[in-house]
Structure formats: C-alpha cells, structure tokens
Design a protein around this ligand. Sequence first.
Ligand SMILES: C[S@@+](CC[C@H](N)C(=O)[O-])C[C@H]1O[C@@H](n2cnc3c(N)ncnc32)[C@H](O)[C@@H]1O
Length: 403
Amino acid sequence: MSNGYSKDLEKWLPRLIAVWRASRGKGTGPETRLTPQEVKEVAAGVRQLSLGLTRERQLAGARYMDDPKLLGAYLLFYWPVSYAQARQVLGELPNRPRQVLDLGSGPGPVAFAALDAGGKEVTAADRSKAALNLARALATEAGEALATRDWDPTKKAPLPEGQYDLVTMGHVINELYGTGDSATAPRAALLEAVLAKVKRGGSLLVMEPALRETSRGLLHVRDAMVAKGYAVRAPCMFRGPCPALVKETDWCHAERPWPMPQVVEELARAASLHKEALKMSYLLLAPKGDEWPEPPPGRLFRIVSEPLEGKGRHRYIGCGPEGRVGLAMQERHRTEKNERFLQLHRGDVIAVTETEPKGDGLALSDVSEVRMVAPAGKGVPPPPPKEDAPKGPGTSPNPGAPS
Ligand SMILES: C[S@@+](CC[C@H](N)C(=O)[O-])C[C@H]1O[C@@H](n2cnc3c(N)ncnc32)[C@H](O)[C@@H]1O
C-alpha cells in the first residue's frame, strides 16, 4: 500500500524536527515528537498555509517560504505529505533515475523522495533561499549529498545545466503564471523547456494539489503537451484530449492510503484539518521523441473514481485507451473470475472482458473476467515480447529507455 517507503519516511521525522528546532534557534524536546507547546505553535502556521494554499489560495505564488513560521509549518506538515506522494508516483517510473532535478523544491521533499527511490545526483532548485537552506540542512542531517540552485522561471532565469533522468515539479506549476485559462500556455511552454533537459527514456513528473481548480489546470496543461506531440507515461492511457475536462464538475486525481506520521496527525488535529488519504493529481511526461507506452493486451481501464456503490451494484469510473466510461457490475453476477471488481481502488489498472454497453457506460456480467494489470502506484507493465518480432532498433516500446 505504501510502495515500501514507510520505513524511509519514518527516518525523516526526527531529521525534520531537529532541523526545524535548529532553524528557530531555541527549544529541545523528544526526538520523534513535538511538545504540546510546539504542536500549538506549528499548527497555527499549518492552518494559515492550508487556508492560503488550498481554500482561499491567496498564498499561491506568494513568498510564504520566506516567512519562518510558514516555512516551519511546511517542513513539519506538508513535507512528509509531498514526500509520500512523490514516493507513490515514483513507483510508476519505468526505470530507476540517477540524475534528478527537482524544480520548485521548497525544502526538498520530492528531491529526497527521489534520492530514496534510487537517485544518485539530485539537485533542488527554488527561488526561496530560506527553503533551500533547510533542504541543505536536511541533507547534512541525513548524510546525503544534495546540490541546490536558485531558480525562478518567472524571472526568465535559465534552468540548471545538464541532462536528467528525472525532473520533478511538486506543487509548483499552480503557483506560476496566475490563474485561469491564460496560465495554460506559459505553463506548457515551461514544461516543454524542462522536457528538453530530460534524457530519452527519462520522465518529467508534475504533481499538483488534488483541488478541482489545480487538477483541471494540470489537465489543461496535459492536453497542451499532448497536442505538442508529447507522450504521457502515467496515469493516462487515453491519447486524445482529457475526457475529464468535458464536464466542468469533473476532474482527475489519485488517492492513496499512507502511513501518516504521528506528527502530521497531531498537527492536522490541532489545525482542525482532515488529512487521511494522500490526494494528488500527477502527470509523468516523456521527452520529445519517446512514444506513448504500449499497453499490455486486453481491454484496459484505470479506475479514476472511488467505488460508487448502488443497491446490489458496484460501480466505478474507468479511463483507458478507449476513454472515460462508467463500469458497473451487479453483486449477483459475482464469480471467481470477476470478484476482483468488488474491491478496486482509485488508480488500479484492470483488464475486463465480455462487457455490454449500458446507459452511458459498460456493464459486466457473470461471464466477464476482471484481471488486475497494475495495482495503484505500480507501473503498467509493457506487453510481453513477441516471439517472432524482428530484433533490433525500433522494436522496443520505448527505444530511448536505458536498460
Ligand atoms: C507548495 S511548495 C512545493 C514544495 C515542494 N516541491 C513540495 O512538493 O512540497 C511550492 C514551491 O514553489 C516555489 N515557487 C513558487 N513560485 C516560484 C517561482 N516563481 N520560482 C521558483 N520557485 C517558485 C515556492 O518557493 C515553493 O517552494
């Protein structure tokens, strides 16, 4: 369920607490917990950040990382969340990245997630010096090497030099170029420039908050990138314009259970926030010239909704190579071959057989089979090699992928 990162995350908590205490130059306390006074102090900042970044959004694009109280709240509350989200999504990469660039890194949750997922040379870049100082302090605390760079795309600052296996942008593009439709083109232009820094076979990970506005903003950018000829490695298998944009009320996000650290739980409670599952929207893009991943055989759907239970019936929204459709099955049609359908999670990729069109979706019956192709958080496997396929260049679904 946690892609095996829960022990790694546990190791970060005392480091976050130590670096935070050192940054404010006062106070000692237990290694793995905050004192009640500290919880109270940090929760006030968490509440302010939460309102400013998710509800009223007046902090989006503002210099909140330069306010020590808000930076501290980010470090102790949002850092573990972003770290866990990134570890979840990095589980879907087709290969292990070595050289990584984390843009809009803040104090580095995504950069450190990439290091823990096998990255060797990781660079964190942001315009906030205070956030980068904390990222460096965390690296020292962890005995890791982390390079840092000043970066601000709105000031036309150049991207850090080099070519990377992975570039990550965690919760940053929604803070760039304002709001609404006019932000799509400059964001897509930025992603295009960033993708020029990604090696063939590598990926650009863009992660955004799972709010309706920020998720739909990401889907618009996705469509712009697809229109420019870029391939999506995950989560989309549909190659046309995103069908979740058709209805204003729809959007697409991931939701995963996670090993929520006690510090996060206590801060959430003290700040009166609900933070149970991890929720985020994400996109893994391939650089120019890399093809869309070839899906394995079968009629595939990624589950993009929670279970929508009705009377005696299980229902989900699926999205796959043929688009976004409702999938439903009556409880009485359960068999050994389709019972997997009764316990699917958002993000799972399944293959189904023998469906009938019903309403605006598809109905499964007692002759249908349901096979798990990739559980949420795991990459969709490529098709098995064709025995009689000619060997040589051009036969791999992803010719640039390092072996
Ligand atoms: C919500 S935080 C995300 C931090 C981290 N990537 C994560 O996923 O938790 C957004 C980050 O974007 C950075 N940011 C916002 N606008 C920026 C800009 N114009 N140039 C560079 N960084 C920017 C902020 O300084 C902040 O560190």
